[in-house]
Design a protein around this ligand. Structure first.
Ligand code: PEP
Ligand code: MG
Length: 603
């Protein structure tokens, strides 16, 4: 069960060379093939090659070019930045002009006769090692600043290392050519790197870290790339992954390392036969066995996901995670109004009159834009993210709001604000929307004056005050991924505290029930767009608690529809009543197992 906290991790030996490891099954599908280790720009190996004396000047020119681009990037980031942010960026600029460090790099280049990346890397390593060994906290921090500033230069150099494949779509030097059709394995990867994997044609993703609600898992699911995350012991068992083959089962959450070829073939054959026999055609059932309707919508990351959502039977888009338009390899070039308008209006057109709920920029935490990353907050998950960032970065917010408003002329587009913690923030967001409407009117753009506006309920403060929120918006969408994290004070991606990250904890269920009831009382639509909605058992429980709208990865809709339509609303309401009386997640789970165990067995 996706939401279950006490997930068992274990290692089974198949024979001396083949091991199977377990993790979270986050995106279904079975793949057997060659493994490639993820190489993000920041962790990419620094190439080293010898050069001749007459190449020194060329290498130095490359360095100066990368240095200048980096300075321009930093200057660009400073525009509209606040005081603290700009101080950090100024410090980076000073580093890049350092009259002592730069000659050291030149000296290294001339004396060692190696390519500039290698010379720069040696200088960064020795300077930072010296500072860190000083025992002085301030100097140790300067070491991190050097890595940060010259890391930027290094990334520019690696972009330009002249290898054709490096300009591919896969992010940094993890080239498309190397990734296509392969199984990508790593300790962890960043969401901005993950964004590039679909285009690169990765066949499956396996990570040692992460959990069902991590953004890499969410992306893999929405792109139908089989994935298993939270595979403890993966890196230790698999080393650098070179020459390795894996059999990945994204439904069972199993990863077989170097399985016998015949075993893999038989395994895949059996799984494909099972999938083919359970494949149903036509529209998804959308009512319970006693005729109470429910509606299933899709979570998408890019407009191109709409086609898949429609083919899976989505009644609309319940969550368009717009931040994935902003998170790219070149993360500081924000999409302008036209680019965003194109994306939002093309989703509206593709969904052909069905609702398209666009969540405004939700960056920060594990999805940081460069300006946020530069802040190096102590607690980014509790920091300057999502609506907090947008309310400060007025221009970025207005640009997005105008683009969404303009797209509303092309379909049933709705706006949703993420990570709202208080009425103060919601009111500020709503007045920013009024400001954007006024500017669209001034510029003569058509838009829906009555665009539906909603708030995400992902922080306990607003779940408790759902009645206050419900009076101000037309809909509320429970972001259970974050709501669980913030209610239980347990990082959603940290396997060490995953025993706490449990959607069936009474605290979580009571908060959600409060939101559903407040919505009912005030006539405000309530939906849920976290991963909890995509699990058949928790979806049944939510239905019993009164929820009728669920938004999830398109790939999960068929099983949720099958589960809900196989039960009667009366049965689900009775089960939910019993579960809501439970004192612990374990008790809740055992009630669910007893009452609804049959539905998952039949799926
Ligand atoms: C959530 O928190 O449940 C949610 C849908 O948002 P995200 O997973 O993108 O944080
Ligand atoms: Mg969230």
């Amino acid at each position: 069960m996706v939401c279950k906290a006490d997930f068992l991790f274990y290692t089974v030996s198949m024979n001396s060379e083949c091991k199977s490891l377990r993790g979270f099954p986050v995106s279904p599908g079975v793949v057997y093939g060659e493994v490639v280790a993820a190489k993000e720009e920041s962790s990419a190996e620094i190439p080293r090659r010898n050069i001749s004396e007459d190449q020194i000047e060329y290498e130095w020119k490359r360095f100066e070019g990368a240095l200048n681009i980096s300075k321009k990037e930093i200057a660009g980031l400073k525009e509209g930045g606040d005081k603290t942010q700009n101080e950090i960026l100024d410090a980076q600029l000073l580093m890049l002009n350092d009259p002592e460090f730069l000659p050291l790099v030149k000296k290294e280049l001339e004396s060692k006769l190696v390519n500039i990346e290698s010379a720069l890397d040696s200088c960064i390593c020795s300077a930072t090692a010296l500072l860190r060994s000083s025992g002085d906290e301030y100097l140790a921090c300067r070491a991190a600043d050097i890595e940060d500033a010259f890391g930027r230069v290094m990334r520019r150099l690696l972009d330009r290392c002249g290898r054709k494949e490096c300009s591919g779509d896969s992010g940094g030097c993890g080239c498309s050519a190397t990734l296509a059709g392969k199984i990508l394995a790593a300790g962890n990867i960043s969401p901005s790197y993950a964004v590039s994997l679909k285009k690169a044609g990765v066949a499956a993703i396996v990570l040692e870290e992460g959990g069902p609600a991590c953004h890499v898992a969410i992306l893999a699911r929405s792109w139908n790339i089989p994935a298993v995350v939270g595979v403890r012991g993966l890196c230790g068992t698999a080393g650098d992954f070179s020459g390795m083959r894996m059999l990945v089962d994204g439904r069972a959450g199993t990863v077989f390392i170097n399985p016998p070829e015949k075993y893999a073939e038989d395994y895949i054959k059996t799984e494909r036969e099972k999938a083919a026999s359970s494949k149903k055609t036509g529209k998804l059932p959308s009512e319970t066995s006693d005729g109470v309707p429910f509606s299933l919508l899709a979570n998408i990351a890019v407009p191109g996901d709409c086609a898949g959502a429609l083919s899976c039977g989505a009644a609309g888009v319940g969550l368009f995670r717009s931040e994935f338009l902003f998170l790219r390899d070149d993360s500081f070039s924000l999409p302008d109004e036209e680019e965003q308008f194109e994306a939002y209006s093309s989703a509206a057109r593709a969904m052909d009159g069905r609702p398209v709920t666009i969540r405004t920029l939700d960056v920060g935490g594990d999805k940081s834009l460069s300006s946020q990353a530069a802040l190096k907050e102590k607690n980014p998950l509790l920091g300057w993210r999502a609506i907090r960032f947008c309310l400060d970065e007025k221009e970025i917010f207005q640009t997005q709001l105008r683009a969404v408003l303009r797209a509303s002329a092309f379909g049933d587009v709705r706006i949703m604000f993420p990570m709202v913690a208080s009425v103060y923030e919601l009111d500020k967001a709503l007045s920013a929307l009024e400001e954007a409407k006024a500017s669209c009117r001034r510029d003569g753009f058509n838009f829906n004056e009555n665009i539906m506006t909603g708030v995400m309920i992902e922080i306990p403060s607003v779940a408790v005050c759902a009645d206050i929120m419900a009076r101000r918006v037309s809909f509320m969408s429970v972001g259970s991924n974050d709501l669980i994290q913030y209610t239980m004070a347990a990082d959603r991606e940290n396997p060490k505290v995953s025993y706490l990250y449990n959607c069936f904890d009474p605290a979580v269920l009571r908060l959600i029930k409060n939101v559903i009831d407040a919505g009912g009382k005030h006539g405000t639509e309530v939906s849920l767009c976290g991963e909890m909605g995509g699990n058949p058992v928790s979806a049944c429980l939510l239905f019993g608690m009164g929820l009728r709208k669920f938004s999830m990865s398109a790939a999960l809709m068929e099983q949720v529809s099958a589960a809900l339509s196989s039960c009667s609303s009366v049965k689900l309401e009775q089960t939910a009543e019993a579960v809501l009386r439970a004192c612990s997640s374990a008790e809740a789970e055992s009630i669910l197992e007893r009452e609804l165990g049959g539905i998952t067995a039949g799926l």
